[in-house]
Design a protein around this ligand. Structure first.
Ligand SMILES: [Cu+2]
Length: 504
């Protein structure tokens, strides 16, 4: 009974969209956006919980650092291009009655792709504005529940038959006076009209079904396009790693041109190679682009083993993608690390999991995770604060920017299903943030090359050392065991602190 299905599903799609569940792709398995930054003179922590379906409702939470904000307006729009210059009418975020520094709002995201949420603030220090890049992507197709399907199917049968009978009755009895009975000719005409009505109704249902199937296929393609692309790896001569991107949908490479990806904090690709299983080794490398949209890297020396690959790129519209793959490496005697490349090795995550707050650094110092909450809970926006001590236990006085920022943190679940590369400004891509600021597309963005990078507020422009503490706004997407790699630079050397986290 396909036509019943179709009408039912047509109605159902609206119902489903209305009750769209909320949950999590730029990163892997970590769709929500965490951002910390300044709107004028107001410091805000913004969380954008992405809908699972698009169109769908994103939930926005804004925490203000001080009690000085009167009203906040929020509006979603495209990150770059023409759509970024004409914002629709903004919505007013609701101020919490119990906590005047906390605002919430819901926004309809109508399309997948590189969007932004513009946040306008009004308070005691005048007005301020900031933009949070949001890589919107449909994550799945929601299934219709059986009872709902049944109810809608019944309604559809009722309506379809109703139309046929009403048409018949109208012809047969439409202009009868009280007490009159229809003439036999009218009854015959009524039957003819009912047959015609049935054919028309069936035709409408058939066309509706075709429309529905086309829409559903389109939607499914969209879901597939936005799944993390595969990193196809090839080891040439045993030490030259070549990475090609392959989308989960054949259309992906039309949508994302690897030849046109834009630099994100100084590099076209940030490649993470993580020892698997156990996460006992980690390399953060920066392959260069080679012919045909592939990326290549001469590997540094590394032990033989299986490595999980996460490779971050940003497409020309500002949408961040993480290529996911793995590679088996035989012992490499390669070049030594230079520039922004870094490596860490240590103990594997314990079989029973683990929880740690102190990490020994390669230079003899320590990094300490100042946990604000215990136990750690999934889906809670947090500020991950780490302080760095020298080998005598004193706060480090020689902190330097590493790739333009105070620090870089990678949150990885031990089953490798979650990977997020986070900065002091949050989980947003720095390249997307730059696009949000300039409204330029990638191509013309290059004209901005002379402008400073979007550097988190904590970063002074002078050559004075950075504070010995770095913080990252983020939230674990789901319960499980995670390892956090926190990378900073001290006196010209990149240091990696490693922490285990058990998340409930
Ligand atoms: Cu980074």
């Amino acid at each position: 009974m396909n036509k019943f299905q179709l009408r039912a599903s047509t109605l159902a799609v609206f119902v489903i969209l209305l009750v769209a569940a909320l949950s999590l792709n730029a990163h892997v398995g970590s769709p929500d956006v965490y951002y910390e930054g300044d709107a004028g003179s107001y410091h805000l922590f913004v969380t954008v919980r992405q809908p699972q379906v698009i169109p769908g409702v994103a939930e926005i939470q804004i925490r203000c650092a001080k009690n000085e904000v009167r009203a906040i307006q929020i509006v979603p729009m495209r990150l770059s291009g023409a759509g970024s210059s004409y914002p629709p009418t903004p919505d007013l975020a609701e101020q919490s009655k119990e906590d005047p520094q906390f605002f919430t709002g819901s926004l309809w995201l109508m399309e997948s792709g590189a969007l932004q949420v513009r946040v306008s603030v009004e308070g005691t220090k005048g007005k301020g504005e900031l933009s949070v890049p949001v890589p919107a992507a449909a994550q799945k197709t929601l299934k219709m529940e059986r009872p709902l399907w049944g109810m809608l199917a019944l309604l559809m049968i009722f309506l379809a038959l109703g139309i046929v009978f009403i048409a018949g009755a109208a012809v047969r009895e439409g202009n009868l006076g009280p007490g009159e009975t229809p003439a036999p000719g009218r009854a015959r005409r009524a039957r003819v009209v009912m047959v015609i009505a049935a054919v028309v109704v069936a035709g409408i249902l058939y066309l509706g079904r075709a429309w529905w199937i086309a829409e559903a296929n389109n939607y499914q393609r969209n879901v597939n396009i936005f799944k993390p692309p595969a990193a196809e790896t090839n080891l040439e001569n045993g030490n030259r790693l070549v990475i090609r991107a392959k989308g989960q949908d054949a259309q992906w490479s039309k949508y994302v041109k690897m030849e046109e990806v834009i630099p994100d904090h100084g590099h076209l690709m940030h490649l993470f190679m993580i020892g698997a299983p156990g996460l006992d080794r980690m390399w953060h490398l920066h392959p260069g682009r080679i012919a045909g949209g592939a990326f290549g890297e001469e590997l540094p020396s590394m032990p033989a083993g299986q490595y999980q690959i996460f490779a971050d790129i940003v497409d020309k519209d500002g949408f961040p993608w993480t290529l996911v793959g793995n590679v088996e490496v035989a012992q490499v005697e390669g070049k030594s690390l230079a520039g922004d490349d870094s490596a860490w090795s240590g103990s594997a995550v314990a079989a029973q999991g683990g929880d740690s707050t102190v990490s020994q650094l390669a230079d003899g110092g320590h990094m300490v995770w100042r946990r604000a909450t215990d136990p750690l809970k999934a889906s809670v926006p947090m500020s991950f604060k780490f302080s760095v001590e020298d080998k005598d236990g004193n706060p480090a006085k020689d902190m330097e920017p590493y790739m333009g920022m105070a620090g870089h943190a990678e949150f990885v679940s031990t089953d490798m299903s979650v990977f997020a590369h986070v900065h002091p400004a949050g989980s947003v891509s720095m390249a997307a943030l730059e696009l949000a600021r300039t409204g330029q597309t990638g191509a013309s963005g290059e004209l901005q090359a002379g402008m400073p990078m979007p550097i988190p507020m904590s970063m002074p422009m002078s050559s004075a050392p950075l504070p010995p503490e770095v913080s990252f706004p983020y939230g674990f997407p789901r319960p499980g065991q995670y390892r956090i790699f926190v990378q900073i630079k001290r006196a010209g050397h990149i240091q990696t602190g490693v922490f285990d986290a058990r998340v409930q």
